[in-house]
Design a protein around this ligand. Sequence first.
Ligand SMILES: Cc1cc2nc3c(=O)[nH]c(=O)nc-3n(C[C@H](O)[C@H](O)[C@H](O)COP(=O)(O)OP(=O)(O)OC[C@H]3O[C@@H](n4cnc5c(N)ncnc54)[C@H](O)[C@@H]3O)c2cc1C
Ligand SMILES: NC(=O)c1ccc[n+]([C@@H]2O[C@H](COP(=O)([O-])OP(=O)(O)OC[C@H]3O[C@@H](n4cnc5c(N)ncnc54)[C@H](OP(=O)(O)O)[C@@H]3O)[C@@H](O)[C@H]2O)c1
Length: 510
Amino acid sequence: MKRSPVKSVAIIGAGASGAAAAAALAAEDYFDRIRVFERRETPGGTWWVLARSQLPPPLRDLGTHTYSVSNVRIYDPDPGPGPKLTPGADPPETDPPLKIPDGPLPRTTAPSTQERFDRTPIYDTLTTNVPDIAMCFSDCRFPYGPFPPHWVPRHYIESYFSLHRADGLLALSTTLEDLSRIPGSQRWKLTLRRRDSVRHVDMWWEEEFDAVILANGHYSVPFVPKVDGLEEYIRLFPGRVSHSKAFRNALPYHNKKVVVVGNSASGHDVAAALVGAVKGPVYQSRRSRNRFEGDKPPPEVEWKPIIKAFLRSGDILFADGSVLSDVDSVIYCTGYKASFPFWNERANGGSIWDYTQNRLVGSYWHTFFRDFPTLGAIGVPRVLTFRSFEYQAIALARLFAGRNALPLPSRQEQIRWEQERWKLVSSEHRKFHDIIWDNGETMDWLRGLYDFAGLPTLKGHGRFPPVLSDETRWAIEHLRKYEEPGKDDVEEGDWTVVDSRTGRDSLFFI
Ligand SMILES: Cc1cc2nc3c(=O)[nH]c(=O)nc-3n(C[C@H](O)[C@H](O)[C@H](O)COP(=O)(O)OP(=O)(O)OC[C@H]3O[C@@H](n4cnc5c(N)ncnc54)[C@H](O)[C@@H]3O)c2cc1C
Ligand SMILES: NC(=O)c1ccc[n+]([C@@H]2O[C@H](COP(=O)([O-])OP(=O)(O)OC[C@H]3O[C@@H](n4cnc5c(N)ncnc54)[C@H](OP(=O)(O)O)[C@@H]3O)[C@@H](O)[C@H]2O)c1
């Protein structure tokens, strides 16, 4: 077999995707150098919390109100005003590249103060929403399930690096600020910045690698839609409008009039956490239905349609003509946008993300890049999370080690795949990287990665791509964190077994 020229690999990000990548690369026992660059102080990614402490019980009882504030408090309990919100703006505007210092590197500079959106989105009451058997990696279960609290995946990810002896590969507090292909080669130059919190400086340096895996996540930069008058409203009423990324618990909203915008996982959880704490009902502005809701709102929640305009008076006008006055807080739970500020468009011949079509540029199978054979991405599709990352990671490790069982399709076929996928998702009004469970698309996608990766060598180098057992697939289709009203639900303590399918995909809640 021809030996692969790839001997060094950089992984960007030490969340679940980075952990899967590090484990898969280490198992190949082929590479001379593997480094995992992570801008935070520890691994964990989305699930990052530094520590937690117990809240004394009296803090949970304010006046006559007792409401659902967990007694476990996260380390990052005060997100301050939260990130600056720019309605309708995409990350190239809100999360621009950091200026690389002039002159030769390495060097130190004054610490950068530019917003990097690296704070946690975790709130006190967050629990996982995918049954543990299907969410965890195949070779290690969560300590308990099926829907454990947020600190379980956080500790799990950190231990997973150690389980695979990949903890020594971590370069923490280190941000990739520039990724450029080295002219005339398939190699990469990384410009890195590490915050030295003892000397209060940023240290800058460069490293070169044969291949790079992007595992940088896509739930960091909050998205807020453009709405008439919203930009001015944010200016006129500082602090009134925030994003769910900065939500921690109901305490700051005690006795306030609050509007929650959005009806997906964050909108649901934030509204539920506010019930009983706020003044009057929680107003929830919804664009579409949520599978967990019945025909009428839960007690103490009032549904509103989408917001038509924010008025200078402070009033909020909704699409049905109704108006809310004296609103104290508006919490946008409208999701996130992928961001790649380190991607050097000039050096790499174009952008990596298309913000009009919300997708990777020139990707194949949501993982490979036809113009960049030494680049891979893990974690972009909206589908099973940790478990899918494992298939992607093993496929990339096999590819870079030159041990993949099947070749990648020709460039022409990769282009055809991208075009046909775009046609399909456009006709079905869904996003390019949203992969459906119920029609078999997820299994086909995973099977593609599974077949491509193949088996480890006879000497045991490389990881087996995982199986997705009957039990796991049953859990995906039947185990729910919340009841689905009107369905044949059987409550089992703090989770629910659903018997019937609904019009929406089994994995829609991811
Ligand atoms: C509020 C919330 C709740 C969620 N709940 C669930 C759930 O219940 N179940 C589920 O399966 N999924 C859930 N998700 C999705 C979650 O994002 C995935 O489970 C998973 O953690 C994603 O892992 P990742 O490694 O791909 O990305 P991330 O976890 O985002 O990790 C990416 C890492 O890359 C680092 N990074 C980014 N840019 C750079 C850079 N330039 N240099 C160095 N490091 C960088 C980041 O600091 C981060 O640590 C939730 C997401 C959110 C926002
Ligand atoms: N473990 C958990 O329980 C948990 C909790 C929170 C988040 N998460 C995960 O975190 C990720 C992000 O979830 P999220 O809820 O923050 O974001 P999201 O799933 O992307 O949902 C965004 C919400 O905002 C609405 N929206 C978007 N643009 C809008 C506009 N212009 N006007 C009105 N509404 C608009 C969407 O409505 P439409 O549906 O009509 O588009 C949707 O309800 C998901 O993977 C989710 O599973 C998990």
